[in-house]
Design a protein around this ligand. Structure first.
Ligand SMILES: [Zn+2]
Ligand SMILES: [Zn+2]
Length: 100
């Protein structure tokens, strides 16, 4: 079970919208944002960084992270998971600052 703090963070992440659509200047659709755990070797899922992705970029599209795999995803979109983790962090910092 996620703690309250984790849940709040996840809600915030989901509200950012798809992080890849943002880079691509795609009009963010109404597709609910899904949270993708970027698994790192030797790191428990709970501690792995999370990025918000739309269903298409997450698991439905041929070039989604789950169908294409990390390598193909990166070469197709030009952003690695690490890039997107960083961008998610920046956005999150911004939104936290705005809330004061
Ligand atoms: Zn997307
Ligand atoms: Zn995922």
């Amino acid at each position: 079970m996620p703690t309250k703090a984790e849940k709040q963070l996840n809600d915030k992440l989901a509200r950012l919208g798809c992080i890849l659509c943002r880079q691509k200047d795609v009009e963010t659709t109404d597709t609910p944002t899904e949270l993708h755990h970027c698994k790192r070797f030797g790191m428990p899922r709970k501690l792995s960084p999370i990025i918000p992705l739309c269903a298409f970029h997450h698991r439905l599209g041929d070039t989604s992270i789950h169908l294409a795999g990390a390598k193909k995803f990166t070469s197709y979109w030009g952003y690695s998971q690490e890039d997107l983790i960083e961008k998610t962090r920046d956005l999150l910092d911004d939104s936290l600052q705005k809330e004061g």
